[in-house]
Design a protein around this ligand. Structure first.
Ligand SMILES: NC(=O)c1cc2c(N)ncc(C(N)=O)c2s1
Length: 323
């Protein structure tokens, strides 16, 4: 980016503004783990300052973020491409819409009425890659195609096995969340330290996972429920419900509240049950996920560009905030 016609004074002026922004954002990121801007904004601003200082070397100051060679790392993590995209889910907000989705699928695609109902955990989607049963990489969903490598941080979470009970190659997807009790304790500690509290457990989990210092992550008492696999090759089961049991036998933590449904009445009863039990759960949920139970059928139904055809999320209204 050339700075045609810009005087040195103007360059120095803009550089001062950019430095102040970068220092503030880095402080938010490293000290309060609650950055107010996306990494991309930080990166672009940083690159503009580098370009300004390159074109006007005389405006460089010793305290400029560009001069912190070595201990200066841009906030951000190595990018990880998801060979199999981490899709989001289609949402419905009423039992009528839910019935339409399920009945349309069952009639038009000749899908037997056999669905697995699972709780929709209010956390951060993660992907875990294992080779010969050893955890080699953990990443965030990112934009679904490209995530961030947070392996170091995920290794501090007790519910994530470092080594599986079978030496298989597998990539597993699930949710990392902060239990409600850990969230309350963390916010109390932050308020005692004069730090801004996290708005909700989901933000707290995200902020804790995106720490460059894994020791901070380790203190945050995060947990996980795993629920999908990105490759089916090594599995001994051909149903979603069987998959959850298989993941459990491999050493993963799964959410035990899943239930196979053989009718709309079963699905509606499950939705009602967990709408009732929601406030009393130890973790946040924001709905229910209803999936075709047959894995081969899931594969043949596959996905549209953004969401799977074989699953839907029934969303609950936002939980009342306990003040
Ligand atoms: N975006 C997605 O595909 C999903 C998101 C979630 C979530 N937040 N919690 C549970 C499940 C599940 N049990 O499948 C899924 S699936």
């Amino acid at each position: 980016m050339a700075f045609e016609g810009m005087t040195e004074a103007q360059a120095a002026n803009e550089a001062t503004t950019l430095r102040a922004k970068l220092n503030k954002w880095a402080d938010e990121y490293y000290t309060y783990d609650s950055p107010s801007v996306e990494d991309a904004v930080y990166d672009q601003t940083y690159q503009r300052l580098v370009a300004l200082e390159t074109q006007f070397p005389q405006i460089v100051t010793t305290d400029s973020p560009t001069q912190k060679v070595g201990d200066h790392t841009l906030p951000g993590f190595t990018k990880v491409p998801h060979e199999i995209p981490m899709l989001s889910l289609g949402d419905v907000f009423s039992k009528e819409e839910l019935g339409d989705f399920v009945n349309h699928l069952t009639t038009s695609d000749d899908v037997p009425f056999n669905y697995n109902c699972e709780l929709k955990i209010d956390g951060l989607a993660i992907s875990l890659k294992y080779e010969n049963g050893i955890l080699i990489q953990g990443s965030t969903r990112g934009n679904g195609q490209i995530g961030e490598d947070i392996t170091r941080n995920l290794k501090t979470i007790k519910s994530i096995p470092r080594k599986l009970t079978r030496p298989i190659n597998i990539e597993v997807r699930g949710e990392c969340y902060m239990p409600k009790s850990s969230f309350a304790a963390l916010n109390e500690e932050r308020q005692n330290n004069g730090q801004a509290p996290f708005a909700n457990p989901r933000n707290a989990a995200a902020g804790s996972l995106r720490q460059l210092d894994s020791r901070v992550t380790a203190r945050r008492k995060l947990s996980t429920f795993m629920y999908n696999v990105a490759n089916y090759d090594d599995l001994q089961t051909d149903t979603q419900s069987g998959l959850l049991e298989e993941l459990k036998s491999l050493g993963f933590t799964i959410n035990p509240s899943y239930q196979v449904a053989h009718s709309m009445a079963d699905i509606d009863a499950y939705v009602d049950k967990y709408q009732e039990l929601r406030d009393g759960l130890a973790y946040g949920i924001d709905g229910i996920v209803i999936k075709v139970n047959s894995l081969p059928l899931q594969r043949s139904l596959a996905a549209t560009v953004k969401v799977p055809r074989w699953a839907i999320a029934f969303k609950f209204p936002p939980e009342e905030v306990q003040t």
